[in-house]
Design a protein around this ligand. Structure first.
Ligand SMILES: *Cc1c(COP(=O)(O)O)cnc(C)c1O
Length: 407
């Protein structure tokens, strides 16, 4: 019989979202005709911007002509898209990122997982707690951790808490790590990193020859002008950081699929004593294992940077941020302690009366018929917290808030 990758068996059973579905199913089978409002999973709900749809329609028609037909495109993405990204997301913010340093892909989830392909197994790794579960699980799957303990923490991974005690700041470790995952604006807490905090991380990484994997999937939701959108706004970051970006949340591409990863050419790693640049390894990896994103979708992503596209995605982001504001204001007025929701589409709520995250989940489900996400599902430090997402219709958000406030 074939041997399997037994690292998969180390993964904790009952992963967050299946467990949520199980509880909803149980609840539904006990109670008839409840009108559940789901503010749980972080998926967008508003339709795709018109500019993107029009660009994709044109691209489809182009593909139907002899002159316009395209086969395999460049594995790194079409240069015209990489140029638009470089200009609009980086050069305009003073970040010297060239089109060649941008790799277009079908998602940040995949990129933040696949990046482990080019990194050694002996690296000492730190993640924040709570954390986007993908970072942890992909390290487990690739054999970079031991087993999970009772509390669910994996041997060989270090956890940096972000909670109300430290003001939702990922504090600079005293220890030396080789690889650090940071996500700001943060999923799930909605916390952001200031320029000073990011500068300290870049300084730490350069001093310790560490690599930061910076996930900026939510940068478009930043409202406070002093908060960096890219880690490359910090001097020295091109020597120590890879950045993941996605069109999923700002332009509603969760189902359309387009993202990009920035690997500066100045980034170095080690193979034994030899210095190697990470850009070449990732370029090699993508050329071998990836065949690029659909031409049609890349034209859709390009349209995000047109004038109409910019106006339309600004409207989308504003819409979700108004939802976030409604959630924050309603719950605060009802006496809840609410974090996040000002520069991110997530409200991170302290559960009342020291309820556990799952008890509060069951309570909201039964009493308000509202579904959220238990903070403990994102890590130990998430216990006692609860995430509500602003990705929903205005009507649903308002109704959910009315129900919760009434409790
Ligand atoms: C939604 C999200 C992404 C985007 O993933 P895609 O695969 O590009 O859709 C990346 N990181 C985090 C933390 C997210 O929540």
């Amino acid at each position: 019989m074939v041997q399997v990758n037994s690292n998969y068996l180390k993964l904790k059973a009952g992963y967050l979202f299946p467990e949520i579905s199980r509880r909803i199913k149980n609840f539904n089978s006990e109670s008839l005709n409840v009108d559940l409002i789901r503010l749980g999973i972080g998926d967008v709900t508003e339709p795709l911007p018109l500019a993107c749809r029009e660009a994709m329609k044109l691209a489809i028609e182009e593909m139907g002509t002899e002159q316009g037909f395209k086969g395999y495109g460049p594995e790194q993405g079409y240069l015209w898209l990489r140029e638009r990204i470089s200009e609009n997301d980086f050069l305009s913010r003073g970040c010297d990122i060239s089109p060649e340093e941008i790799f277009v892909s079908d998602g940040s989830k995949c990129d933040s997982s696949n990046i482990l392909d080019i990194l050694g197994k002996e690296n000492k790794i730190a993640v924040t707690d709570p954390v986007y579960p993908v970072y942890v699980d992909t390290n487990v799957m690739t054999g970079r951790t031991g087993k999970a303990n009772e509390a669910g923490e994996y041997q060989g991974l270090s956890y940096i808490p972000i909670n109300s005690e430290n003001g939702f700041k990922a504090e600079i470790p005293k220890e030396k790590f080789d690889l650090i995952y940071l996500c700001f604006p943060n999923n799930p807490t909605g916390a952001v990193a200031t320029k000073e905090q990011l500068s300290s991380w870049v300084e730490y990484a350069n001093k310790n020859n560490a690599l930061i994997l910076f996930d900026a999937a939510y940068e478009a939701f930043i409202q406070d002008e002093s908060i960096p959108h890219s880690i490359y706004e910090i001097k020295g970051a091109k020597e120590c950081a890879i950045e993941f970006r996605s069109f999923s949340k700002n332009a509603g591409f969760t189902g359309t699929r387009c993202a990009f990863t920035v690997i500066p050419k100045s980034l170095k790693g080690k193979a034994g004593l030899e210095e190697v640049d990470l850009w070449s390894l990732w370029n090699r990896r993508q050329s071998t294992k990836f065949n690029g994103v659909s031409y049609i979708v890349q034209r859709g992503a390009e349209a995000v940077y047109s004038q109409e596209g910019q106006t339309q995605i600004r409207k989308l982001v504003d819409f979700y941020m108004d939802n976030a504001q409604i959630i924050k204001a309603s719950l605060t007025s009802a006496g809840f302690e609410v974090f996040g929701a000002t520069n991110a589409p997530y409200a991170w709520i302290k559960t009342p009366k020291n309820m556990s995250s799952w008890d509060f989940f069951d309570f909201l489900l039964k009493e308000a018929n509202v579904v959220g996400t238990p903070g403990s599902g994102f890590g130990l430090a998430g216990e006692g917290y609860f995430r509500l997402s602003a990705f929903n219709s205005r009507k649903n958000v308002e109704q959910a808030m009315q129900r919760i406030v009434k409790l």
